[in-house]
Design a protein around this ligand. Structure first.
Ligand SMILES: NC(=O)CC[C@H](N)C(=O)O
Length: 312
C-alpha cells in the first residue's frame, strides 16, 4: 500500500503499530555510558514522530519527552555555519564518508587535519570553530537558531550532561588539538570545545526535532514559518552528506536498507529526512556497536519500508 493512498490515517496508524511491535520485542543494545548523565537514562524509553510539510504531526510512545540530541546537533551547527561562511567552509572540511567510528583520530593525522565530513566528531568540532569565530556568542546564536526552527522556547541545554561532556572530553580535545596543530582551527581550542559540548548537551523531543528539520525536506524553506533557512542547493548538500555520513560507519547499510538522509546521536535519537514529504524522528536510548539506537533504527526502517519512503 502506498502512503499516497490514504495519507495521514495511514501514517498515524503505521507509527502506532510499528511502535507497539518494537516494544513487544526485547531491546538489544546498550545505553551510552561514557558519561553518567546518559548512562542513567531509562533504556525502555521509546518514541517516534513524523512531521509533514503540510503541518501534520503524528506521534507514538515517548515522542514528547526531551532527550539528549548529541550528534544530531551537528546538523544544526553545519547549517548555521553554511549560512555564515558560504562555500569557504568546504576548504576546511570534506564531504566523503569516513568509514571510521565517529570519534576516530587516525584518519585525521593522515589527512593533515582536514576532517572527512562535518558529521564525524572532528568535522563537527571544525564547524564549531567556525561558529565561535563568526559569532560574538556562538552558544546563544546556536540556541536561538534551534529554538526558532523547532518553534520551541523551552528547548534547552542539560547542564549535567554539559558538565560531564567537558569532564570526559579528552578524545574530542585530542581531535581539536590535532586540527589546531595543522592550522585548521582558528579560535582557542577551549572555546571551540566548549561550544561543541554545549550543542551536544541540547535536549529536544522527537516532535520538536522533526519539526525543526522540516526545511531540509522542503528545499531549504521551513514550511511552518516560511523562513528560508538555506538555499535549495545547500539543502541538497546537507541531505547528500547526511545520506553518505549521517549514520557514522553504518551509513552505507542504512542507505542500503532505508534510503533516506539521516542523522543519529548517542543519546539514542535518529532523524530521517523524507524530501518533499516531511521528517521522521525516533528515540530509544540503547545503541548498537556503531552508536546508533537499535529501536529507533528498527522503527525508521519499518516505517520507510511500509510507506515506501526511500529516495532511491
Ligand atoms: N555520536 C555522538 O553522538 C557523539 C557525541 C558525543 N558527545 C561525543 O562527542 O563523542
Amino acid at each position: 500500500m502506498s502512503f499516497l493512498a490514504d495519507g495521514d490515517t495511514c501514517r498515524g496508524q503505521a507509527l502506532d503499530e510499528i511502535h507497539a511491535a518494537v516494544m513487544a520485542r526485547p531491546c538489544d543494545g546498550k545505553v551510552a555510558d561514557y558519561i553518567p548523565a546518559l548512562a542513567s537514562v531509562d533504556a525502555n524509553r521509546c518514541g517516534i514522530a513524523f512531521a509533514t510539510l503540510d503541518g501534520e504531526m503524528h506521534a507514538a510512545g515517548d515522542a514528547n519527552i526531551p532527550f539528549s540530541i548529541q550528534s544530531i546537533s551537528k546538523v544544526f551547527g553545519l547549517v548555521l555555519a553554511m549560512q555564515r561562511m558560504g562555500d569557504d567552509i568546504w576548504q576546511r572540511v570534506g564531504m566523503e564518508p569516513s568509514g571510521q567510528p565517529f570519534n576516530s583520530i587516525v584518519q585525521l593525522e593522515w589527512e593533515h587535519g582536514i576532517p572527512r565530513n562535518p558529521f564525524i566528531n572532528a568535522g563537527a568540532i571544525l564547524v564549531a570553530d567556525t561558529l565561535v569565530s563568526h559569532f560574538s556568542s556562538s552558544r546563544q546564536a546556536f540556541l536561538s537558531f534551534v529554538r526558532r526552527l523547532a518553534g520551541c522556547e523551552r528547548c534547552d541545554i542539560n547542564e549535567e550532561v554539559l558538565a560531564s561532556e567537558s569532564r570526559h572530553g579528552s578524545r574530542n580535545a585530542a581531535l581539536a588539538h590535532l586540527m589546531k596543530s595543522f592550522g585548521n582551527i582558528e579560535a582557542e581550542v577551549d572555546d571551540v570545545l566548549s561550544h561543541y559540548f554545549f550543542q551536544c548537551s541540547l535536549e529536544m523531543s522527537c516532535t520538536e526535532l522533526a519539526q525543526s528539520l522540516l526545511f531540509l525536506a522542503n528545499r531549504g524553506v521551513h514550511p511552518l514559518s516560511a523562513e528560508r533557512v538555506t538555499t535549495p542547493r545547500d539543502a541538497h548538500r546537507v541531505n547528500a552528506i547526511l545520506s553518505t555520513s549521517g549514520m557514522y560507519d553504518q551509513s552505507g547499510q542504512f542507505a542500503f536498507s532505508v534510503g533516506l538522509p539521516a542523522k543519529s546521536g548517542v543519546g539514542g535519537g535518529i532523524v530521517a529526512i523524507v524530501p518533499g514529504l516531511g521528517v521522521i524522528s525516533a528515540w530509544s536510548p540503547a545503541l548498537n556497536k556503531h552508536g546508533n539506537s537499535t529501536r529507533a533504527l528498527t522503527m525508521i526502517t519499518e516505517l520507510a519500508g511500509r510507506l515506501g519512503l526511500s529516495i532511491y
